[in-house]
Design a protein around this ligand. Structure first.
Ligand code: AHR
Length: 485
């Protein structure tokens, strides 16, 4: 039996809803087919956005959507994606898939999608192959009010009012696909570009996000914080979890994998906690008051692409294994709410660890989707510091919500159920309700012909409480949430 001690007075801090952010890149069927089908499609849509996907996304209250990349961001020229659709230039995604797209989904369509799903904007600008003028004009086009060449063009294209851009990224992976820069060089480039990313709306300031480290590149974090720390609001960390860490070309399969790949994936995913701790410690040296955020704007599982699909489209199935990774990673973020204020899982639809998979007019919600749904009440709650002696395969996070507490826990062990006892030091417990998401096999998943194999159900066994405690038995390969009042 592991015990988790909960004391209301020991608070880690506010859980920003932005930890539950999403990312969609112009990649494979992430945008085209997955979100955008166009107004003339037979698939029901509103202004080109497929209605089934929008409805599913509204249920998980997506707080923010990062767009248009990824590596694509540093090849994207936004002016090709505005104005009459039939006059838009085609573009090829040279990083992923190598196929042309028609640019029908551009700036106006992005904000229309945000309007429909109720999310805030996180736009990634082009540093690798774009000019400062281009970036400056895009920010002006999106956010300036009044009269200017850009605001007039925006009005001509049907949107007189400015939009709000909550977050703006100055490049993506500029240590790699975004220009292969050294941190010393990027820090200067960052300082220069961000100068022209102006805040046109003081009531809704745009927060500037610098390209941060890949995984454990602590040198990158140190240099950027030292040379450019005063000019940024957030530093972006990328960390993907892979079953085979040695060979990127042979990462392992999303389905039909051996136990050792379950374990190695979990090990890579749990490393997130350590990465955040170490990058945060470096940031602390330059920003002891923790005013700057560590933004994990790409995270999730990455396997070999599904057989028979374009390998560059990064389409993969999503199983109970992904649900466990999602839960333990979200727990890591919630353990570091003093420094981590936004995270964006890669990627929202049809790419990598997706919420939703589509096939023509069909849609399936993945086990990862259900974790985001089960964790909804963590958003904007207060994370509590807990002390525990849990087994290595179990992690938990406890938040104080408007209505009581939300306890979430994951058991990513393969064979053993674990008993977990939550001891409340202060408040009495008057009621508990639980939900469980579990798999009977390691690759239990939802597919188009069997969409409800892995869905949350009420937790009817193994849950008990008395005035100051809750006890739960968590089966292997499962995620549980418990609302306590
Ligand atoms: O999410 C897929 C890719 O992963 C992105 O384009 C890039 O930023 C990262 O390497």
């Amino acid at each position: 039996m592991g015990t988790v001690y909960i004391d209301d007075h020991r608070r880690l801090g506010h859980i920003s809803k932005y930890l539950y952010g999403q990312f969609s890149e112009h990649l494979g069927r992430g945008i085209y087919g997955g979100l955008w089908v166009g107004p003339d499609s037979d698939i029901p849509n509103v202004n080109g956005m497929r209605s089934d996907v929008v409805a599913a996304l509204k249920e998980i209250q997506v707080p923010v959507l990062r767009w248009p990349g990824g590596c694509f961001a540093d090849e994207y020229h936004w002016q090709d994606g505005i104005g009459p659709m039939d006059q838009r230039k085609k573009i090829v995604n040279n990083n992923w898939g190598g196929v042309p797209e028609n640019n029908y989904f551009g700036t106006h369509e992005y904000f229309e999608l945000l309007r429909q799903i109720g999310a805030d904007a996180y736009v990634a600008g082009n540093v690798g192959s774009g000019t400062i003028q281009e970036m400056q004009a895009w920010v002006e086009y999106m956010t300036m009010s009044g009269t200017s060449p850009m605001t007039e063009e925006r009005a001509k294209n049907g949107h007189p009012d400015p939009w709000q851009v909550k977050f703006f990224g100055i490049g993506n992976e500029n240590w790699g696909c975004g220009g292969n820069m050294r941190p010393e060089y990027y820090a200067d480039v960052y300082r220069q570009y961000q100068t022209f990313v102006r805040n046109y709306d003081p009531a809704h300031p745009l927060l500037k996000i610098a390209c941060g480290p890949n995984h454990d590149d602590y040198h990158w974090t140190d240099v950027i914080m030292r040379q450019a720390g005063n000019y940024l609001d957030g530093l972006a960390l990328h960390h993907y979890a892979l079953p085979s860490i040695q060979h990127f070309e042979e990462k392992g399969s999303a389905l039909n994998f051996p136990e050792k790949e379950w374990r190695s994936l979990m090990q890579d995913a749990t490393d997130m906690d350590n990465l955040i701790t170490r990058h945060s410690a470096i940031m602390d040296q330059y920003d002891p008051d923790k005013k700057k955020s560590l933004v994990v704007d790409e995270w999730g599982t990455w396997y070999d692409a599904a057989p028979g699909t374009n390998p560059g489209f990064l389409y993969q199935q999503n199983t109970i294994r992904d649900a466990c990774v999602a839960a333990l990673t979200l727990h890591s973020f919630q353990h570091h709410v003093d420094r981590v204020h936004m995270a964006n899982i890669a990627q929202m639809v049809n790419v990598l660890q997706a919420m939703i998979l589509t096939d023509g007019a069909e849609l399936v919600k993945t086990p990862t989707y259900y974790v985001f749904k089960m964790f909804l009440d963590h958003q904007e709650a207060t994370a509590l510091a807990t002390q525990d002696d849990l087994p290595d395969t179990v992690t938990t996070s406890v938040s104080q919500t408007e209505h009581g507490y939300l306890l979430s826990l994951v058991n990513f062990g393969l064979h053993t159920a674990e008993d977990v006892h939550y001891a409340f030091q202060t408040s009495p417990v008057t009621s508990v309700t639980g939900e469980i998401l579990r798999g009977d096999t390691m690759d239990a998943h939802n597919d188009f012909d069997t969409p409800n194999e892995v869905v949350p159900v009420a937790l009817t066994t193994g849950l008990a409480y008395d005035t100051h405690s809750v006890t739960v038995t968590i089966p292997p390969m499962s995620v549980i949430t418990i609302h306590v009042a």
